[in-house]
Design a protein around this ligand. Structure first.
Ligand SMILES: [Zn+2]
Ligand SMILES: [Zn+2]
Length: 124
């Protein structure tokens, strides 16, 4: 079975391919992920950077995490959909927003992080 996942943004101008398997998954409830998603948390599908090919009018937003790591959010410059994050703590990984996958049903996780920032209305 070939393991090639694809995904992209809302307007379809930005598209990506993942040539390998997922490394791990997390569901993150931190404030950054709430602001990126506009919701309660971000489900993240984590892959090796070498397996990731992305095309489109991508924009990037760089910032520092609370712990001082360099984070970079990548989003579609056309429609603004968040696509993925990178983190200097794990420089060879890409954290894909699982909802951007063409088949988001492949995502599952038991790995919930930053639950201290979880909102009371976010029961997922
Ligand atoms: Zn777009
Ligand atoms: Zn987070």
């Amino acid at each position: 079975m070939p393991t090639k996942e694809t995904g992209g943004c809302l307007c379809k101008a930005t598209r990506y391919e993942v040539a390998g398997k997922q490394e791990f998954t997390i569901q993150c409830y931190c404030r950054d992920c709430q602001q990126i998603s506009g919701g309660g948390n971000l489900p993240l599908y984590v892959i090796n950077r070498d397996d990731f090919t992305i095309t489109g009018p991508l924009k990037k937003h760089a910032r520092k995490s609370d712990s001082g790591n360099d984070l970079e959010l990548q989003f579609c410059g056309e429609c603004g959909s968040p696509i993925c994050n990178t983190n200097s703590l794990l420089p060879d990984k890409v954290f894909i927003m699982a909802g951007s996958l063409d088949d988001p049903s492949i995502f599952s996780t038991n790995n919930k992080v930053y639950e201290t920032s979880r909102q009371p209305w976010d029961k997922s």
